[in-house]
Design a protein around this ligand. Structure first.
Ligand code: CA
Length: 224
């Protein structure tokens, strides 16, 4: 398994490379976005581990270019701060996962293995669940071929649910990931948006995809 690390901080890059090599990976390192993009486009990597803040071309731009070029290589972003906006932006661009610095190497390794286990098929420039199709490049969602007119928040919410099909997401998790807020029971923003999303995704169709799990949260899945 071959991994490209795109990281401008030398020490951090060396630490990552050492740890990954010790765990049996083949590792290349690029110190800026331009080099990273060039390598990612010309070599075959199983995974990119990329810092968001890079000199010149940032990590988002590298990812966008890569996806535009049709490269589906999974990307794990390293972000300096736990900003939900950043996570949503990366998610919408088709990143696979995030890790906030500073992180424990053992956690990084677990994420890396999890992404590699999923394989390229699950990778998502374009996500498909049942008849749903979510295109993160064009920022478009369709069900059974019909375009869904979604607000940016609804799109982010649908994307979050569709990335983890069959997994019940709590209101707390949804509020954090989509709204950058701590959920408190006084607000029903999540429920309101789920209701609006359902009116577009599920109401026109017989088969419902978004389900409420009472007392827990919401799940997107196809049920028989
Ligand atoms: Ca950096």
């Amino acid at each position: 398994m071959k991994i490209l690390v795109v990281e401008d901080e030398r020490k951090a890059a060396a630490y990552l490379r050492k740890g990954l090599v010790e765990n049996g990976f083949v590792v290349d390192v690029a110190a800026d976005g331009e080099d990273g993009l060039h390598l990612a486009r010309t070599e075959a990597y199983d995974l990119l581990i990329m810092d968001v803040l890079l000199p010149g071309r940032d990590g988002w731009s590298v990812l966008a270019e890569l996806r535009a070029a049709g490269r589906q290589t999974p990307v794990l972003f390293l972000t300096a701060r736990d900003a939900v906006q950043d996570r949503v932006k990366g998610l919408e661009l088709g990143a696979d996962d995030y890790l906030v610095k500073p992180y424990a190497f053992s956690e990084l390794l677990a994420r890396v293995r999890s992404i590699l286990r999923r394989g390229p098929a699950r990778h998502a420039e374009c996500l498909r669940v049942a008849e749903l199709e979510i295109d993160h490049v064009r920022h478009r969602a369709t069900r059974a071929g019909a375009r869904l007119e979604l607000t940016p928040k609804e799109f982010a919410l649908l994307s979050l649910l569709a990335r983890r099909p069959g997994e019940v997401l709590s209101r707390t998790v949804i509020a954090e990931q989509v709204w950058d807020m701590n959920f408190d029971s006084g607000t029903n923003v999540v429920d309101v948006h789920v209701r609006r999303l359902r009116s577009k995704v599920d109401d026109p169709f017989e088969k419902k995809l978004i389900h409420t799990v009472r007392g827990v949260g919401y799940v997107l899945e196809e049920r028989p």
